[in-house]
Design a protein around this ligand. Structure first.
Ligand code: CP
Length: 318
């Protein structure tokens, strides 16, 4: 695993290796060894971000890496330099990894064969957001003990969601059932077909059946047409209202990758409800990103993976 571009191209063993290492960090965060000292990591966010950007930076610092933050407006991008030339420039200076958020679906795939530094997808267009999906399943595992056998329902703007794009290739492969629902025009994925076995459903059926009800924001920045519905109509028809939340199964939980639009896809009182894991998702983002950085930079130069069971949690390859 040279880069982390998308979950669809990882094996289940590789996914589990990342999750196991993230779990190790989750359980031992007070005594982390700075395994990435002398590694340089550059964060290049060509689209706004709060959680992903800061948790990657925290993960890099917790592991002792040297952190370089790129600001597009004060870079030579404004003089017409391409992203490829920007990355090659950083690589020539000795940067070891680039964490990239982009509006483009295929930019990272196009770059992967042309660069030697490690590329990490921090959210690409509406295609994939692999570290978000990994931190989501880490949170589900923390809550339920295992992913296998769970029913996960994702409700919202599936069409434009890179989180949904990653989960389509993650949740079913870990043995859970995935259900999707959204407003008309927000469920189809014309450029990225939904794999067989994923159930297209309704909001109310997901609320009734799912162990995990994951709400998504409407990704207005990726819409080409204005929505015809008012915010209140959307909330009543497709949102997690207080009334719907009462119909969830007794042990079911609420998740959301955030940012949240309170009162649109979710009632404001549910964001921090007892059965909401939303803040735990953010916390687990740090551990997941630490695992990804460490595995890419130190863990598998020869396609090897961590085995935290054998090593008792110390860094090793198998
Ligand atoms: N979930 C997520 O990617 O949030 P940010 O856009 O704040 O990074």
């Amino acid at each position: 695993m040279k880069h982390l571009l998308e979950l669809r191209s990882l094996t289940v063993d590789q996914i589990n290796a990342i999750l196991e290492r993230a779990e190790y960090f989750q359980q031992n965060h007070a005594t982390i060894t700075p395994t990435l000292q002398k590694f340089f990591v550059a964060n290049l966010f060509f689209e706004p971000s709060t959680r992903t950007r800061f948790s990657f930076e925290m993960a890099e610092r917790r592991l002792g890496a040297e952190v370089l933050n790129f600001a597009e407006v004060s870079s030579s991008r404004v003089k017409g330099e391409t992203i490829y030339d920007t990355i090659k420039t950083l690589e020539s200076m000795g940067v070891d990894a680039a964490v990239i958020r982009t509006t483009e679906n295929n930019l990272l795939n196009d770059l992967q064969e042309k660069v030697n530094l490690r590329l990490i997808n921090a959210g690409a267009g509406h295609r994939e957001h692999p570290t978000q999906a990994l931190l989501d399943v880490l949170t589900m595992k923390e809550q339920f003990g295992q992913i296998e056998g769970l029913t996960v329902g994702i409700i919202g703007d599936i069409t434009h969601s890179r989180v949904a794009g990653s989960h389509m290739h993650l949740i079913p492969r870990l043995g859970a059932k995935l259900m999707l629902a959204g407003a008309e025009g927000m469920v189809e994925r014309p450029l990225d077909p939904i794999p067989d076995g994923i159930q297209l459903s309704t909001v109310d059926d997901i609320v009734k059946e799912a162990d995990v009800v994951m709400m998504l924001r409407i990704q207005h920045e990726r819409h080409t047409r204005l929505m015809q519905m008012s915010v209140n109509e959307y909330h009543q028809e497709y949102g997690l209202t207080l009334d719907r939340a009462k119909r969830m199964k007794p042990n079911a939980v609420i998740m959301h990758p955030a940012p949240i639009n309170r009162g649109v896809e979710i009632d404001t009182n549910l964001v921090e409800a007892e059965n909401s894991l939303i803040n735990r998702q953010v916390r687990n983002g740090l551990f997941t990103r630490m695992a990804v950085l460490e595995i890419l930079l130190k863990g598998d130069k020869n396609e090897q993976l961590f085995d935290t069971r054998r090593s008792g949690g110390e860094f090793c390859t198998v």
